[in-house]
Design a protein around this ligand. Structure first.
Ligand code: GLU
Length: 327
C-alpha cells in the first residue's frame, strides 16, 4: 500500500512555539518553521509522506482575513490534486475554532482537512504537539476520515470544527465539543470513529467570501445600557452577535436597541457568554416579534464567523439566517 501524501500547512501557534527554558512559562508562539516539526517526525518513521508549506509563523490571535484566503486557496488546490490524501493545518489554539469553522463552511467534504495545535510549546517538558500531530496524520491517512467536514485533533480526540471550542486556557485537553461529542478517539496507535461519515459527498455550503463584512460581538453585562450597540453600528457593523447572559439575554433596553437594528436590516444573532449550552428561540426573548436570531449551539466566536459568511453570501433575512444557525 502506498503511503498517504499529506499537505501540511503551517501557521504557527504553540505547536511551533519555543521558550527560553523547558520548565518556564514564557514562550513565543509560531517561532519555529514547519521544517523543525517535520524533521522530528521523520525520525519517527511515520507511514506518511508530508508536503510542508509555511503560510505564517504567528500566534493565532493574529490570524485573520489574509491567512484565511491563503489557507482556503491551498486547501482548494489540495482537494483538486489526486496525489494529495488530505490536509493538516498546524494552528494556534486561540482561534482554531474560527479558522476551522470558516473552512468547514466553505469547503467540500471530499478529503479530510484537520487542524492541529498544542497547549505546550515544542521545547517544554511534556510537550503535546508531536503527539497531536502524529494523531492528525493517523486521522488524515484513514479512509473513513473523509465526509466529516473540517476536524480538529487535540488531546487524543477528533472534534468536528462546527462543535469544537477552546474551553480552558492552559490544560492539555483544552477543547470541548458541543452539542455533539467527539467524532473519534485517536492515539498514535489507534483510531476509533464513533459513527460513519455524516457529511459524505457534501459540496461547500457557502462560497468563500470575496471580502469579510464587519460583524461585531457585544458582550452583555449586568447593568449595561444600550450605548455599545450604537457604537458598534457607528463603526460600520453590518451584523451583530450578542454574547448574552444565560439563553442569550440582555437588559431590556439593549434588546430593544438590537431589535431596532434588526428592523433596519442589520441581522442580530443572540448567542451566550455562558461556556456551553443552546440558545433557543422565543424562550425569554420574543425573537419572532423582534426579528432576532437564536444562535442555537454556536458560541459567540463561531456565530460571528457564520454571520460573516452569510452576509457575504447575501443571506441577511432573519428567517434564512436562523435556518443556517439551526443547521
Ligand atoms: N496564543 C497563541 C495561539 O493561539 C498560543 C496558544 C496556543 O497555540 O495554544 O497561537
Amino acid at each position: 500500500m502506498t503511503h498517504p501524501r499529506i499537505l501540511v500547512l503551517g501557521t504557527g501557534g504553540t505547536i511551533a512555539g519555543a521558550g527560553a527554558h523547558a520548565t518556564g512559562a514564557a514562550y513565543r508562539p509560531g517561532g519555529l518553521g514547519l521544517e523543525v516539526l517535520i524533521a522530528h517526525l521523520d525520525a519517527l518513521g511515520l507511514a506518511a509522506e508530508l508536503v510542508p508549506e509555511d503560510i505564517a509563523r504567528i500566534g493565532s490571535q493574529d490570524i485573520g482575513w489574509a491567512e484565511w484566503q491563503v489557507l482556503h486557496a491551498a486547501c482548494t488546490r489540495a482537494l483538486a490534486d489526486p496525489a494529495i490524501t488530505g490536509v493538516i493545518i498546524t494552528h494556534g489554539t486561540d482561534t482554531a475554532e474560527e479558522t476551522g469553522f470558516l473552512l468547514d463552511l466553505t469547503l467540500p467534504t471530499t478529503k479530510p482537512i484537520v487542524l492541529v495545535g498544542a497547549m505546550r510549546p515544542a521545547d517544554a517538558v511534556g510537550a503535546d504537539g508531536m503527539r497531536n500531530f502524529v494523531n492528525a496524520v493517523k486521522v488524515v491517512g484513514d479512509p473513513a476520515a473523509a465526509g466529516r467536514g473540517v476536524m480538529l485533533v487535540m488531546g487524543d480526540a477528533v472534534l468536528a470544527a462546527r462543535d469544537a471550542r477552546k474551553a480552558a486556557t492552559a490544560q492539555i485537553d483544552a477543547f470541548r465539543s458541543f452539542p455533539r461529542g467527539p467524532l473519534a478517539r485517536v492515539t498514535p496507535s489507534s483510531l476509533d470513529w464513533f459513527g460513519p461519515p455524516h457529511r459524505a459527498g457534501e459540496a461547500a455550503r457557502y462560497a468563500f467570501p470575496a471580502e469579510l463584512p464587519r460583524v461585531g460581538i457585544l458582550t452583555a453585562g449586568a447593568g449595561m445600557d444600550e450605548k455599545p450597540v450604537a457604537a458598534l453600528l457607528g463603526i460600520g457593523c453590518v451584523g451583530l452577535v450578542l454574547a448574552g447572559m444565560g439563553q442569550g439575554n440582555a437588559p431590556a433596553r439593549v434588546i430593544k436597541t438590537l431589535a431596532r437594528a434588526a428592523a433596519n436590516g442589520v441581522p442580530v444573532v443572540r448567542s451566550t457568554r455562558v461556556d456551553e449550552g443552546l440558545v433557543d428561540r422565543n424562550v425569554e426573548v420574543d425573537d419572532d416579534g423582534l426579528g432576532l436570531v437564536a444562535a442555537r449551539a454556536l458560541g459567540p466566536a463561531k456565530a460571528r464567523v457564520l454571520l460573516m459568511v452569510l452576509i457575504a453570501n447575501g443571506v441577511t433575512d432573519a428567517a434564512a439566517v436562523q435556518a443556517a444557525f439551526d443547521g
